[in-house]
Write a protein that binds this ligand. Structure first.
Ligand SMILES: Cc1cc2nc3c(=O)[nH]c(=O)nc-3n(C[C@H](O)[C@H](O)[C@H](O)COP(=O)(O)O)c2cc1C
Length: 248
């Protein structure tokens, strides 16, 4: 156990001075796609443009001061406009820079690699069927993936019985595609990717606060169960973080 703790502590440190390798970017290997490719013939939903008028609370000071992890939600659905705002705040694309080299978003990311995909397990969003979707940040759309009868039950099991997760209106599940950052940073990418994930969830907290929703960061989950739930290979893409959202 001591050896694992030591090795995990070392992982938390900056290893820039130790790294003597050459990265795939320096080898001129192709930049991986900014967004996971998808079947263009799939069921795609255009999200409404982000509408600032849905923001109930514009006071950043109050949002910061009153932000709390919320584990109890009402049965009211979120509107699709609210969902659109939350997706934009967490992973929306504001700008594509240098001819498709990288994206700039409301959250920072080391080297603008943005190594995440956002999946949604939707229970109660007005105008959307229940099921699992993927956010397409480059076009601000949703891609419907599949439906599952027992989705809340399966999710609750995958988070070790934290039942407020599966019963929420929508669960944001962030997967990581590590090569997107490894291409540029090699073995230095991994610490940065976890730091990046924190920014994403913090924006979700603040955006929820602004539109009268609640959320709670979740890191206690069963890795295999969550990856299987989303049908991810667990190697080149795997879940790193999730957060249920509901109306207050
Ligand atoms: C990285 C991280 C992981 C967390 N994982 C869980 C979790 O699995 N379950 C849970 O109920 N809360 C989880 N939380 C929420 C914390 O328990 C919460 O932030 C903390 O108790 C402080 O409360 P506050 O957010 O209301 O200020 C997590 C928070 C963070 C930042």
């Amino acid at each position: 156990m001591d050896a694992i703790i030591q090795s995990n502590r070392n992982f938390m440190k900056s290893n820039h001075k130790q790294f003597k390798g050459i990265t795939d970017q320096q080898k001129n290997l192709p930049n991986p796609p900014l967004q996971k490719p998808y079947d263009k013939k799939g069921k795609i939903i255009n999200l409404p443009k982000v509408d600032k008028n849905i923001i109930k609370r514009n006071d950043l000071y109050k949002c910061l001061k009153e932000r709390r992890s919320i584990r109890q939600y009402s049965d009211n659905p979120l509107s699709i406009k609210e969902l659109s705002f939350l997706l934009w705040a967490t992973q929306g694309v504001e700008e594509i820079i240098r001819d498709g080299y990288a994206t700039l978003r409301p959250v920072p990311s080391a080297g603008a690699r943005h190594p995440f995909e956002t999946y949604l397990a939707i229970n109660r969003i007005s105008e959307l069927d229940k099921g699992v979707y993927r956010y397409l940040p480059l076009t601000h759309q949703l891609l419907f993936l599949f439906d599952k009868d027992d989705m809340p039950k399966e999710l609750n099991k995958a988070v070790f019985g934290q039942n407020f997760v599966g019963n929420s209106a929508v669960v944001f599940i962030w997967s990581c595609i590590p090569y997107r950052a490894e291409w540029r940073y090699s073995i230095l990418a991994h610490k940065a990717m976890l730091l990046d994930a924190g920014h994403v969830c913090q924006n979700l907290y603040l955006a929820c606060e602004a539109v009268g929703c609640g959320t709670c960061a979740i890191a206690a989950y069963d890795q295999d169960a969550m990856d299987n739930f989303l049908k991810l290979d667990g190697k080149d893409e795997f879940v790193v973080y999730l957060a249920p959202v509901g109306k207050l």
